[in-house]
Design a protein. Structure first.
Length: 321
C-alpha cells in the first residue's frame, strides 16, 4: 500500500513538473510571438511614416509649373518631338554622316544629331523661302522661279555641313600643330623612366587642347575596361589624320612586338617634326600662287589707275587742242 502511494505521488509530481516545463515554454513562445508582432507593427508604422515623409518631401521638392523655365517646359520637349519625327524621315546614311562629322568636330557631347537635323531642316526651309521671295519680287518666269527656289534649298541645306566641315578642318589643324610638341614631351618622359600611360597622364595634367582632350578620352576608355588596342584605334578614328594613324599603328606594333618604347617614341617625334617642316615648306611654295589673285583683283587696278590715268588725261588734253 505504501509502495502504491509513493509511486502515485511520484507520478503526480513528474506530471506536474512536465506541465510546468511545457507551460513555461508555451508562455515564452507566446511572449516571443507577441514581441515579434509588436516589432512588425512598429516597423510597419515606421515604414508608413517614412513613406508619407518621402511623399511630402517629394512634393516640397517638386517645383511648380510656374517655376520651370519656358525653354524646359515648352521649347525643349517640342524641339525633341520635331527632331524625332524629322530624324525618322531622314535617311540613315545621312544621320550616320552627321554623327561622324560631330565626332570629328569634337562636338558630340555639345551638339546632338537631332539638333543638327532641326537646324538643317530649318535652313532648307529658310533658303527656299528667301529664294521664293526673291523670285517673286523680280517677276521671274515659272521655270526660272523653280530653278531659283531649288538653288536656295540646296544652298540652305549645304550651309550646316559647310560649317561642320570648317570646324573639322580647324580642329584637325590645331591637332596637327600640337602633335609634334606632345610627342616630344612624351619621348622625354619615356626616356626619363615613365611608362606610356604615366607619360600620358603627366602631359594631360599640364596641357590643354583638342589633342589632349582626345588623349583623356582614350585613357578614360582604358580605365573602364577597353583594351589598349581598341581604345587607340577609336582615338585615331575620332581624329582621322594620317599622322595620328601612323602614331597609333607604331605604338600598337611596338607593344605587340615588345620593342623599346623609348626608341619608338623618339622615331615618332622625329617623323612628326619632319612632317611639320614639309608642311611649312609646302605652304611657303603655295604662297606666291595664293597672292596672285589679290594682286590681280586689288593691287594691279590701283597701279594702273595711278600710272595710266595721268597719261590718258594728258593725251586727251593734247587731242582736244
Amino acid at each position: 500500500m505504501i509502495i502504491l502511494l509513493a509511486s502515485l505521488l511520484a507520478g503526480i509530481s513528474i506530471a506536474l513538473l512536465l506541465y510546468a516545463m511545457f507551460s513555461k515554454k508555451a508562455s515564452e513562445t507566446n511572449n516571443m510571438r507577441s514581441r515579434l508582432e509588436n516589432i512588425r507593427s512598429e516597423q510597419m508604422s515606421i515604414d508608413m511614416y517614412l513613406s508619407r515623409e518621402e511623399e511630402r518631401e517629394k512634393k516640397r521638392r517638386m517645383p511648380e509649373l510656374s517655376d520651370i523655365p519656358f525653354y524646359d517646359r515648352v521649347v525643349k520637349p517640342a524641339t525633341h518631338t520635331i527632331a524625332t519625327h524629322i530624324l525618322r524621315l531622314t535617311p540613315w546614311k545621312l544621320a550616320d554622316q552627321i554623327r561622324r562629322r560631330l565626332v570629328l568636330a569634337g562636338k558630340v557631347e555639345v551638339w546632338s544629331v537631332n539638333g543638327v537635323v532641326i537646324v538643317w531642316a530649318a535652313m532648307i526651309v529658310m533658303g527656299g523661302f528667301l529664294a521664293f521671295v526673291y523670285a517673286s519680287d523680280n517677276d521671274m518666269p515659272f521655270v526660272q522661279m523653280i530653278s531659283v527656289v531649288i538653288l536656295g534649298v540646296a544652298i540652305g541645306g549645304l550651309i550646316p555641313f559647310a560649317m561642320l566641315n570648317s570646324l573639322i578642318r580647324k580642329r584637325q589643324k590645331s591637332i596637327q600643330k600640337q602633335l609634334p610638341e606632345v610627342l616630344d614631351l612624351m619621348c622625354v618622359s619615356v626616356q626619363a623612366g615613365l611608362s606610356f600611360d604615366g607619360s600620358l597622364k603627366h602631359i594631360t595634367n599640364r596641357m590643354e587642347g583638342p589633342l589632349i582632350d582626345e588623349f583623356k578620352h582614350m585613357m578614360r576608355d582604358i580605365r573602364m575596361g577597353m583594351s589598349r588596342k581598341i581604345a587607340m584605334r577609336s582615338f585615331s578614328n575620332r581624329i582621322d589624320l594620317p599622322e595620328v594613324r601612323l602614331f597609333v599603328t607604331d605604338i600598337i606594333q611596338a607593344e605587340q612586338l615588345g620593342t623599346n618604347m623609348s626608341t619608338t617614341m623618339e622615331a615618332q617625334a622625329d617623323n612628326m617634326r619632319e612632317l611639320r617642316r614639309q608642311r611649312a615648306k609646302a605652304a611657303a611654295l603655295r604662297a606666291p600662287i595664293k597672292i596672285l589673285f589679290p594682286l590681280i583683283l586689288f593691287i594691279f587696278p590701283a597701279i594702273f589707275v595711278v600710272t595710266l590715268l595721268p597719261r590718258l588725261m594728258m593725251l586727251q588734253e593734247t587731242l582736244l587742242k
